[in-house]
Ligand binder design. Structure first.
Ligand code: SF4
Ligand code: SF4
Length: 431
């Protein structure tokens, strides 16, 4: 696909049938296509197998939606999600599809602010705005939305969202004691019952075994990509890895794992031949913090435009989503649900207290990735990540690691200021 041909494909009839505001969505589609072109397709020396991921973006509001609608016709559940604390294995075991609905765009925020307070995080406002403005074909296609209690803004927004689309809420524990694990185990069992109710089918142990393999293969592919991203000089840009990680929340998991592995084969070759996207001297940055929903590419774009390279994402779009596999050796449902509980309780979201595991994990990933500095990125009004940044900063000071904390939203207004701070940070890394 040449850079001059890129277009996010238009499916007005299908969008109409989903009850969308088609005229408005058309404009958003064109803007997204233009931004994608300048942000991604203008990069030099991209791996050839990024073509698949470009294609997925071009079909993000069409081809993939058609697949989802076909699945629904077959009685397969389609669940919209906002968090990685979703027992995806159970949705897959029911033949279903999980779709990330997190909003990463400024566009629908004014729609949300007609109802929601302004001073909550942009992700919640963007996501809610996509639904009330009817400008997201995914939101219009899901059977129900999975909400969770990881933060107050989300927790309270689900009550309002439930008026627009059925919203099922799971209680995520906020501590990791035995009693919290028991609570989550009960929640997992209830979630299984919810999926069974939606589909009218019973989830079997065999189906869970298959689903665990599918999810583990997807996680292993992303882990492999992450290891290749660590190579110096890097065979792929941090921006492209971020894009792939975002697509992980939309694409079919089996096809996605296959395509990521094919890309990794090419990256292996590039490493052998010394083909890189940035010189070995480029400052290497680990990004940590709040997950970046598509199309939030701001921080990565600024780092790489300034001559740095992002070599790792410690967020739920990145390693927090795929670092832990699930035990595949359980054959009965009770043991499977317990193993599932164990796997999800390892997620070190900042909603937990205490959450020192995350500080250790950030330092581990810093060392593993060969990064030279940590950029802590946080969305405005995301109190848990904002406050937790203090502990990460202290740990960095102790270890002598260059550290920069940035708080931002989805508007372009702070780009100049962010650029100045990131450029100064890269200079500090260079020493
Ligand atoms: S940061 Fe926490 S709330 Fe957000 S997706 Fe990750 S686990 Fe969920
Ligand atoms: S970014 Fe922070 S405040 Fe926003 S939804 Fe996620 S956890 Fe809540």
């Amino acid at each position: 696909m040449s850079s001059t041909q890129f277009e996010i494909k238009s499916y007005p009839d299908m969008w109409e049938s989903l009850g969308m505001d088609v005229a408005r969505f058309e404009k958003m589609r064109c803007v997204l296509g233009d931004v994608f072109q300048t942000t991604f397709l203008s990069q030099e020396n991209r791996p050839q197998r990024m073509d698949y991921f470009n294609w997925i973006v071009s079909e993000i509001h069409g081809g993939r939606i058609r697949e989802i609608l076909d699945a629904k016709k077959e009685g397969r559940p389609v669940v919209g999600t906002f968090c990685v604390y979703v027992p995806e294995e159970l949705v897959i075991a029911a033949g279903g599809i999980c779709i990330g609905l997190c909003g990463g765009s400024q566009g629908p925020i004014p729609d949300a602010e007609k109802t929601l307070p302004r001073n909550i995080c942009p992700m919640v406002k963007s996501a809610y705005g996509f639904k009330v403005a009817k400008v997201c074909p995914y939101f219009q296609s899901v059977d129900f939305v999975y909400g969770e209690t990881t933060c107050d803004a989300k927790k309270k927004t689900w009550e309002l969202l439930n008026r627009e689309v059925p919203t099922y809420v799971m209680e995520i524990p906020q501590m990791k004691r035995e009693r919290d694990r028991t609570l989550w185990f009960e929640e997992v069992k209830d979630f299984k019952a919810q999926i069974e109710k939606v589909t009218g089918k019973t989830i079997t142990a065999e189906a869970v075994t298959e689903a665990v393999k599918i999810m583990n293969n997807k996680r292993k592919a992303l882990q492999r990509l992450n290891r290749l991203q660590h190579h110096n000089p890097s065979p792929i840009s941090g921006k492209d890895v971020l894009l792939i990680e975002q697509i992980a929340f939309y694409d079919d998991p089996v096809r996605f794992a296959e395509k990521v592995n094919l890309l990794c084969d090419e990256l292996d070759e590039r490493v052998k031949k010394g083909i890189a996207v940035a010189p070995a001297s480029a400052p290497r940055v680990l990004v940590s913090g709040t997950p970046m929903a598509m199309p939030n590419w701001k921080a990565h774009n600024l780092v790489e435009k300034a001559g740095g390279i992002v070599v790792n994402d410690e967020s739920c779009i990145g390693t927090r989503y795929f670092k832990d596999l699930m035990d595949e050796n359980m054959t009965d449902l009770d043991s499977q649900l317990k193993a599932l509980t164990d796997r999800y309780m390892k997620i070190d979201c900042s909603c937990f207290t205490p959450n020192d595991d995350r500080v250790d994990q950030v330092l581990k990933e810093y060392r593993d990735s060969g990064a030279q500095g940590i950029l802590h990125y946080c969305l405005q009004f995301c109190h848990t990540y904002n406050i937790e940044a203090i502990k990460i900063k202290e740990a960095c000071e102790k270890a002598g690691i260059p550290f920069l904390a940035i708080e931002s939203d989805y508007s372009p207004e702070d780009i100049g200021q962010m650029q100045t701070r990131i450029e100064a940070f890269l200079e500090q890394i260079k020493g």
